[in-house]
Design a protein around this ligand. Structure first.
Ligand code: NAG
Ligand code: NAG
Ligand code: NAG
Ligand code: NAG
Ligand code: NAG
Ligand code: NAG
Ligand code: NAG
Ligand code: NAG
Ligand code: NAG
Ligand code: NAG
Length: 789
């Protein structure tokens, strides 16, 4: 008999508490490198509107008090490197000096930028606003493909000047990547349309973008175009190229208005990747009524609907911690962006999402979180991956603005697909998915810098990616041989899982065997010193030539104790992280890794040293799983202790509350999973159990309608009692320190009784998650034996 039948409805939050929606703070992570998008967006929305600043503007806005360069309607969230999108910003001047058009400011957006006033920035899901020093208060809300800006004049006759606002549209983007562009202004209606070619922020090629701006609230006074410092009322159309040599042309269109009737001038901005006409149609359809409150309420309702599948019982935990959790969840729905029906690559009926930015970041917790939180959308995201495969011949690793992006390691879409497969995600063409991931393992693309894998001949022949690999089949960054070996090995494990499920037995065995390739880079005698002090650990991964001879890379290189190894500078044989940390990236076979480093005690000492020596950068994604790998050594309590050392000290709800880039929600989903008490081992039907940060967390599965609850007994909101003493699943004793996705598909309650010291719970050999070299990986048989029906 199924005790989960007793659970009939999702628990509603306590009446005195704030709603999930009210606990979201979009400004979190908008200062000090979080690079989150702080503006107005729908879940997975294409229109993302915010004020752009001249400072840390990767996502347009940052709370760094740099000046506002304009207001644009398309962005990415949490990325690093070049600022992304921000094409066609508009900006507003309440008047021109002496009421003379020639005395308004044109030219570079930086030169005519305006400061914002202290205390004015405000953001809620679907809304952003701030007050400018020029007396204009700005608010914006969005639909799927449109933004509605309210410009409110808080000073009517500023300094004795007559209010006669000028709005200009700038043919540029955040990274000043514009190539050719055109603008046209309709003198009768004031409508500005524009198109332009821009460059993707982390990829190859270019893309065309379109915009359509309409106004309401004031009569048109004059219209025209501007080039560099000068504007004129004729002509009404303009074509520019990028410019010449280092000289970048500044240009755009403008509309000047008479004094607004009600002190509010509205600008309605439609965006499109198809045409300016489509951009206009998007805006006309989405916002026919110009009703700001209606549009904002609709956006809020969309967010509330998404948030309705999760609930907590806070159990006395303060609002700051609750906000950290719900804001993390919120950020997982910024990317990818839904471009279905508004892109030139696919038919309107074909699902297409963009801003997979990048799968290297998001395979670990972002997509696994969606298997629990939003499986319907995840099915669409995976179908979109497969549509991209059908179009280009390859699954993407990184993709943005309709362009191929740079791969950072393996073909990690394989992991996303395997994760969804073992969790029985519905509405996926698994035959096609299997063809796509097998293609990654077998065929080398010419440009493996943006798709697939490189060095496949060596991979098949030597069983590792050699340093300085001799490869004439395809080309890409000739580095990262260690991290690529590790990731390719895990990719092959993931492919093996899907192959096994589809009855491809021989291939399953082949890929499973390749998944052991990581071990070929293990140099058992390698030591590691920090500034001349031996760390005392022996045995590290090392670069290896094709002839089998070792080359040396200091195991601490690319760690915070050494220099950062980014994609474009200081590339080494490990990508963005040290050998010290990459050693642990063997999620398929922790049992063999534990044996390789000399047993559980040594494994734990290594993990401790990694976390406590300064070698680990908690802001980067490879650090996520190593917080929890103590589970594999039968010490789940140490994972619980470790996660509390990072939340809230490194991840919290303040504006500087992220230790690094959010990476399109990767740190948001890390928080969501960690604080829910189930940490995913992406690609496997395994969640590592540790106590939720609240008395309970519940998820209602949107597909099955079932509710899963993870509940703490003896919950301590001060987090002193964080060690599981015993567990029950639907009332039955549960001894494993991990659990499968069945909990979320079938519903049920996992109850964890907490205490102040580590206990024997989850410590036995049979309690730890499976590894390929131990108890029959792929089987998972008996996981739910206590729930026999
Ligand atoms: C805006 O800030 C940038 C630096 O971030 C500066 O170069 C520029 O001069 C400022 N613009 C104005 C109008 O003050
Ligand atoms: C606009 O002018 C009116 C009349 O002078 C004045 O009462 C009002 O305070 C002004 N509004 C602002 C926002 O300055
Ligand atoms: C820019 O316009 C020129 C002249 O019309 C054309 O030859 C060129 O192909 C265009 N380039 C791009 C990137 O659109
Ligand atoms: C861009 O806009 C100009 C001016 O409106 C127009 O002539 C041109 O056809 C447009 N180009 C594209 C590719 O839509
Ligand atoms: C994406 O857009 C398409 C077309 O409007 C829609 O059918 C689909 O449900 C959307 N998906 C999400 C997750 O927004
Ligand atoms: C997925 O479906 C298969 C076949 O019905 C079943 O054996 C397996 O337990 C399911 N996995 C999960 C996570 O529910
Ligand atoms: C080396 O280790 C010793 C003993 O632990 C310590 O006192 C010393 O400061 C360390 N030196 C450096 C350079 O870290
Ligand atoms: C293997 O290749 C490396 C790099 O070319 C070379 O330095 C080394 O001497 C070679 N080792 C052997 C045993 O040939
Ligand atoms: C919040 O997180 C940031 C970024 O990691 C950190 O610098 C700050 O100290 C944290 N704040 C608190 C109160 O722990
Ligand atoms: C909220 O609780 C956490 C965990 O006990 C604590 O670290 C933090 O300081 C508290 N924050 C506030 C604002 O009280």
């Amino acid at each position: 008999m199924h005790s989960l039948l007793l659970i009939s409805a999702l628990l509603v939050h306590a009446a005195c508490g704030k709603s999930n929606f009210d606990l979201i703070s979009p400004l979190t992570g908008s200062l000090n490198g979080g690079n989150v998008f702080a503006g107005a967006s729908l879940p997975y929305g294409m229109a993302k509107a915010v004020a752009d600043v001249s400072g840390a503007n990767t996502a347009g806005w940052a709370y760094d008090f740099s000046n506002v360069t304009g207001f644009s309607a398309q962005h990415d969230s949490g990325t690093g490197g070049n600022p992304s999108q921000g094409q066609f910003p508009i900006s507003i001047q309440p008047y021109c000096a002496d009421d003379d058009l020639g005395k308004c400011r044109f030219g570079s957006k930086y030169e005519r930028a305006v400061d914002y006033r202290v205390g004015t920035p405000r953001a809620k899901p679907g809304y952003f606003g701030l007050g400018l020093e020029n007396g204009v208060d700005v608010g914006v809300t969005v639909t799927e493909h449109s933004a509605l800006w309210n410009f409110e004049f808080t000073a009517n006759d500023t300094d004795g000047h007559k209010l006669s606002p000028l709005v200009l549209l700038d043919l540029t983007d955040l990274q000043d990547s514009r190539q050719n562009a055109s603008v046209a202004v309709n003198p009768d209606t004031g409508r500005i349309t524009a198109n332009g070619t821009f460059l993707p922020s982390f990829g190859v090629g270019s893309y065309m973008s379109y915009v359509c701006v309409d106004f309401k609230g004031a009569e048109i006074r004059d219209t025209g175009v501007w080039v560099n410092e000068r504007a004129g009322t004729e002509p009404k159309e303009l074509f520019v190229n990028r410019g010449y040599s280092l000289y970048y042309i500044q240009a755009g269109g403008f509309v000047r208005f008479h004094k607004p009737d009600s002190n509010v001038l509205q600008a309605r901005v439609g965006v499109s990747f198809i045409s300016a006409a489509k951009a206009c149609q998007n805006a006309e359809t989405d916002i026919a009524d110009w009703d700001f409150d209606r549009v904002r309420t609709a956006a809020e309702d969309a967010w509330k609907a998404k948030l309705s599948t999760v609930s907590i019982e806070a159990g006395g935990v303060n609002e700051s911690i609750q906000r950290t959790f719900f804001t993390g969840i919120y950020r997982t729905m910024m990317s990818p962006q839904n471009y279905t029906g508004d892109n030139p690559l696919f038919q309107a009926s074909e699902l297409y999402f963009d801003s997979y930015y990048c799968t290297w970041d998001s395979f670990r917790t972002t997509f696994p979180f969606l298997t629990i939180f939003d499986p319907t959308t995840l099915s669409q995201l995976i179908t979109s991956y497969l549509n991209i495969y059908k179009l280009t011949g390859w699954l993407p690793d990184c993709r943005m603005q309709l362009c191929k992006g740079y791969s950072q390691g393996g073909s990690n879409a394989d992991n996303v697909i395997a994760d969804a497969y073992v969790k029985n995600l519905t509405n996926i063409d698994w035959t096609l998915a299997y063809a796509a991931i097998k293609n990654d393992a077998e065929n080398e693309p010419f440009d493996w810098g943006v798709e697939g894998r490189g060095g496949l001949q060596s991979w098949k022949q030597h069983g590792y990616i050699p340093v300085l690999d001799y490869d004439t089949l395809g080309f890409g960054p000739p580095y990262h041989s260690i991290s690529r070996t590790l990731e390719y090995a895990y990719n092959d494990f993931c492919i093996s899982t899907v192959a096994a499920g589809l009855g491809e037995t021989a291939n399953a065995a082949k890929y499973l065997q390749r998944s052991g390739n990581w071990h070929n880079l293990w140099n058992a005698i390698q030591t590691s010193s920090i500034k001349g002090n031996d760390t005392g650990f022996t045995g590290f991964l090392q670069p290896r030539y094709a002839n089998g001879t070792w080359r040396y890379q200091d195991p601490i290189e690319c760690s915070p104790l050494d220099s950062f190894c980014s994609y474009s500078s200081n590339p080494k044989e490990t990508f963005e992280d040290s050998i010290w940390e990459y050693v642990f990236f063997v999620p398929q076979d922790q049992a063999r890794l534990i044996a390789t480093v000399g047993g559980k005690a040594n494994f734990i000492r290594r993990l401790d040293f990694l976390h406590e020596s300064g070698l680990l950068d908690i802001s980067n994604e490879p650090s996520e799983l190593v917080v929890y790998q103590y589970h594999y050594a039968g010490r789940p309590g140490l994972s619980a202790k470790r996660i509390h050392s990072y939340i809230p000290s490194a991840f919290n709800d303040s504006i500087n509350g992220l230790p690094g880039n959010d990476d399109s929600g990767a740190s948001g989903s890390f928080l969501a999973m960690a604080m829910s008490g189930v940490f995913p081992v992406a690609g496997q039907n395994v969640y590592l159990i540790s106590p939720p940060f609240f008395e309970s967390v519940s998820y209602r599965n949107a597909v099955t309608g079932k509710v899963a609850t993870i509940r703490n007994v003896n919950f301590d909101p001060a987090y002193r009692d964080i060690y599981v003493q015993s567990a029950r699943l639907n009332g039955e004793v549960y001894t494993r320190n991990w659990i499968g996705h069945e909990l979320f598909l079938e519903g049920g309650t996992l109850e964890l009784t907490l205490g102040r010291e580590e206990s024997g719970w989850g410590t036995r050999e049979e309690d730890v998650p499976p590894s390929t070299s131990s108890s029959g990986m792929g089987g998972y048989e008996g996981v739910f034996e206590v729930r026999a029906e």
